[in-house]
Ligand binder design. Structure first.
Ligand code: BTN
Length: 231
């Protein structure tokens, strides 16, 4: 596990992706700032100094079916949540599929990409950065100052714990825990899939990791799309 540090990159995910053969499993690329940080669904992740901005490499295991790895975002999300809780205890919530929220505001996001049977796990956490005025109603940060390295080390340590659990067939314990932190539970949401918007009520996160919702009193399961919380 090596750390590669940069003052500035376009994106730690892009850098790792473009140089993937040079990295070993659990190597970490860290940037103090990113000029083209990327989020899920093609969104931009606006980066600023003081955030934890990093990507690490994780190798697929041959004995695990590829479709099992649709659970990977959830495993990363619950790892970040627990890492943050260990550093600074708070009322963190897990927002399916992999975000962490606190006090109804987003504190961290995850972007996972796959190349050559490897996963690039990119994580952005608002740690010491100031939240800009225009994001203050949707984003938040840690209350105290933390060394970014400590945050990253904690996240990877906890991820290793959960991924081992997963590889040892204990997904049932992980999904149970995730559901205890489920931010969307019982909420009315709008599910945006491409250009369609559906109104739904969230029930829980199903055993297979999909979101279980009610649409017009009918139970449905979703694994793609963007969840927008209806106010
Ligand atoms: C999201 O919430 O949409 C995901 C945001 C992921 C941001 C992190 S920051 C480090 C890594 N590099 C990127 O370009 N994106 C991820």
């Amino acid at each position: 596990m090596n750390f590669y540090r940069f003052n500035e990159l376009d994106s730690t995910n892009t850098y790792m992706r473009n140089n993937i053969e040079n990295f070993e499993e659990f190597d970490v690329v860290i940037a103090k700032n990113q000029t083209q940080g990327r989020g899920r669904q093609g969104n931009t992740w606006i980066s600023s100094e003081g955030m934890a901005l990093f990507s690490f490499l994780f190798f697929e295991k041959k004995n695990i079916d590829l479709k099992e790895y649709t659970k990977l975002p959830l495993i990363v999300g619950i790892s970040v949540l627990n890492a943050l809780n260990n550093l600074e205890n708070n009322n963190y919530k897990f927002k399916w599929t992999n975000d962490v929220y606190v006090n109804d505001k987003k504190i961290s996001g995850v972007l996972i990409e796959r190349k050559n049977n490897k996963f690039i796990i990119g994580i952005g956490i608002n740690v010491n950065n100031e939240i800009s005025e225009n994001l203050k109603n949707i984003a938040t940060k840690m209350n105290n100052y933390y060394e970014i390295d400590d945050v990253i080390n904690e996240v990877i340590k906890i991820f290793k714990f959960y991924i081992e659990k997963f590889e040892n067939g204990k997904w049932n314990e992980i999904i149970e825990e995730i559901n205890r932190y489920n931010y969307l539970k019982n909420r009315n949401v709008e599910i945006k899939i491409l250009d369609n918007i559906l109104k739904a009520q969230v029930l829980d996160i199903a055993f297979d990791g999909r979101l279980r919702v009610l649409v017009d009193n009918e139970e449905k399961f979703y694994n793609v799309g963007e969840i927008i919380i209806k106010k």
